[in-house]
Design a protein around this ligand. Structure first.
Ligand code: HEM
Length: 191
């Protein structure tokens, strides 16, 4: 059996401190789960689900980041282009959630208003569901890490090769999840 990597271990430790083992993660816990949110944010940066943002047409001449964009241009933002940019991100292809932790300990958010990566985008046509989208993403990840231990099934190699035709894995990644909290905690889900 392969040992859980230290990123998962660190996220589990955060959950043990904030939530404990005797109940499920609740919405009120999410503000304290900065490392879990940093993992979600790092996934948005490194592994976007689609290559481009929806196209926008510029309504006036603009100069952005030294580039002149004439009125009427069709603007397509590349998600991997932003998230993997080595001028912005150190070791851009490494999954390093710590890069998103704020040095003053303030809350990590999944948005990036400076567009150094594209999660919910920004501006007048930015995502209208930022709060719900952030809450659902964090809650899902937190409950998956908190509620189960994760390992590769015995004798199944871990193959993280990317597909050549899209941004997903070339092959599905089988994972073995085992309950890790007391039985009564899972029973709350049925109520
Ligand atoms: C993880 C979850 C989500 C992500 C990553 C996400 C991301 C985005 C992105 C990138 C855009 C395009 C912004 C642009 O054009 O610049 C968008 C638009 C939008 N999103 Fe989301 N979204 C999420 C969840 C949601 C949810 C839960 C809702 C509503 C309940 C929502 C409602 C909308 C709407 C209405 C727009 C169109 C805004 C406009 O064109 O004015 N999204 N979203």
């Amino acid at each position: 059996m392969i040992k859980q990597p230290w990123i998962l271990k660190r996220a589990s430790e955060e959950l043990d401190i904030v939530v404990g083992r005797d109940r499920l993660v609740q919405e009120s816990d999410l503000k304290d789960l900065n490392y879990v949110k940093a993992c979600a944010r790092e996934s948005f940066r490194l592994h976007p689900v689609s290559p481009f943002n929806v196209p926008h047409v510029s309504t006036e001449d603009a100069t952005v980041g030294g580039y002149f964009i004439p009125k009427g241009s069709h603007v397509l933002l590349s998600r991997p282009g932003l998230g993997h940019n080595p001028r912005i991100w150190k070791e851009p292809l490494r999954f390093k959630p710590e890069r998103h932790l704020n040095s003053d300990g303030s809350e990590v958010v999944l948005t990036d208003s400076k567009l150094r990566m594209l999660s919910f985008s920004t501006g007048m046509r930015g995502c209208a569901g930022v709060l719900l989208g952030s809450t659902m993403t964090t809650m899902l990840l937190a409950r998956l890490i908190h509620g189960f231990t994760w390992n590769a099934p015995p004798d199944v190699p871990i193959d993280l090769t990317e597909s050549e035709s899209n941004l997903l894995l070339a092959k599905p990644l089988p994972a073995l999840a085992k309950l890790q909290l007391s039985e009564h905690v899972y029973q709350q889900l049925g109520n």
